[in-house]
Design a protein around this ligand. Structure first.
Ligand SMILES: [Zn+2]
Ligand SMILES: [Zn+2]
Length: 398
């Protein structure tokens, strides 16, 4: 049997279907053996082992837990990078699936197991059709998406995007209809920054507050007042989230503690607003603590950049997806306040990060990503394979 040519779009679905069982098997293996960010040693070995078995790749390990596989095609064309992230989360799995995590406290609760398996499927299909591949494909099996400073920036620093013309990535999305394809030009995902606040008061007896400076009461006011920045200072048409996600203080019912520790995240798109946030927040923290005679320590960390998709690439993919999957399966999502370290690639090369719906069957509302019961529809995996194949074809065609 002759292998179908790479530009025969109608073949993509059949090819994706041929690897679907293997992709599910790989995904389930990865799902039951999750590894935390920067610790993906077994995962990277597993991926490298598969790629070696497929053959035709030049493999490199730019960092201890990442794998980059280069496939040089038999036809002229650009260098295109395609990325999958491989890390899991510190969550105790409660999904109830038979291939659940064998590692207590670690779970693939964001779908990165699916991303890795999808990209392996793409790699296998194209390695078997190397002569027909245009240009050079660089498969980035990336570590540590979930933990700042993130694996993407490290891989960029290692030079994996050298000579790359376009970079592609996808994320499975459990809340969205399985098999749906969602693309957004421009700013698509927010910059996730974090902050830490220590309120330093004066400890004492809970029955005699006049002899103490209560960091719990002051911390509570800080939490409330920080929300004023979102509702009263920020332009209501400019997306901004400020969530205080931790507040720790005290050891006993009858003791006013000396300090309270607070922390959380700020999500934004606008670069100017993003830059102003630490100053605006510190003004609130300083004002509230000073008003009550306490002191404070304020730390602010800028995380991943906002993710900005290249318009030309995104619209090219949109056209190809509509032609392949039908216009009714392709749509434009609103911007998402979640962050993604794929933004590190897009900061230096044009490309697109798109979404593939993966809502489990028979479910009205899916458990969200990062939830202990998070699950995906595995029927979305071959769609992911097919969408990458179509996207690669679209960006390598002259
Ligand atoms: Zn995640
Ligand atoms: Zn993710």
């Amino acid at each position: 049997m002759t292998k179908p040519a790479l530009d025969a779009s109608t073949e993509w679905k059949a090819l994706a279907a041929q690897v679907a069982d293997d992709v599910v098997t790989w995904r389930r293996h990865l799902h039951s053996h999750p590894e935390l960010s920067f610790e993906e040693h077994e995962t990277a070995d597993y991926v490298a082992g598969k790629l070696e078995a497929f053959g035709g790749f030049e493999l490199s390990r730019p960092t201890p837990t990442s794998v980059v596989a280069t496939l040089r095609g038999g036809r002229p064309g650009p260098v295109v990078a395609v990325r999958a992230d491989m890390d899991a989360l510190p969550i105790d799995e409660q999904s109830g699936v038979p291939f659940a995590s064998e590692r207590p406290g670690v779970m693939h609760a964001c779908g990165h197991d699916g991303h890795t398996a999808i990209l392996l499927g793409v790699a296998r299909i194209l390695s078997e059709r190397r002569e027909q591949v245009r240009g050079e494909l660089r498969f980035l099996f990336q570590h540590a998406e979930e933990l700042f400073p993130g694996g993407a920036q490290q891989l960029v620093d290692e030079g994996v995007l050298e000579d790359v013309e376009t970079v592609l990535g996808l994320h499975l999305m459990a809340p969205m209809e399985s098999g749906a394809l969602l693309l957004r030009s421009g700013a698509a995902m927010a910059a996730p920054d974090t902050f830490a606040i220590t309120v330093v008061g004066k400890g004492g007896h809970a029955a005699m507050p006049e002899t103490s400076i209560d960091p719990v009461a002051i911390g509570a006011q800080i939490v409330t007042n920080l929300q004023q920045l979102v509702s009263r200072v920020n332009d209501p048409l400019e997306p901004l989230v400020l969530s205080v996600t931790r507040f720790h203080a005290g050891t006993a019912d009858n003791v006013i503690p000396e300090r309270a520790e607070l922390g959380g995240t700020v999500r934004s798109f606008d670069a100017e607003l993003r830059k102003r946030m630490p100053e605006l927040m510190e003004r609130v923290v300083k004002g509230v603590t000073e008003a009550h005679g306490a002191e404070y320590v304020f730390d602010y960390t800028f995380g991943y950049r906002a993710l900005v998709n290249d318009e030309a690439t995104t619209e090219r993919l949109r056209g190809a997806f509509e032609a392949t999957f039908g216009a009714d399966r392709v749509s434009t999502p609103p911007p998402i306040m979640g962050g993604e370290d794929f933004s590190a690639y897009l900061a230096v090369r044009p490309g697109t990060f798109f979404f593939v719906g993966a809502k489990p069957e028979g479910v009205e509302v899916a458990y969200p990503h990062h939830h202990p019961r998070f699950a995906i529809d595995e029927g979305a995996l071959p769609v992911g394979v097919e969408s990458f194949l179509v996207a690669i074809e679209a960006v390598t065609q002259g």
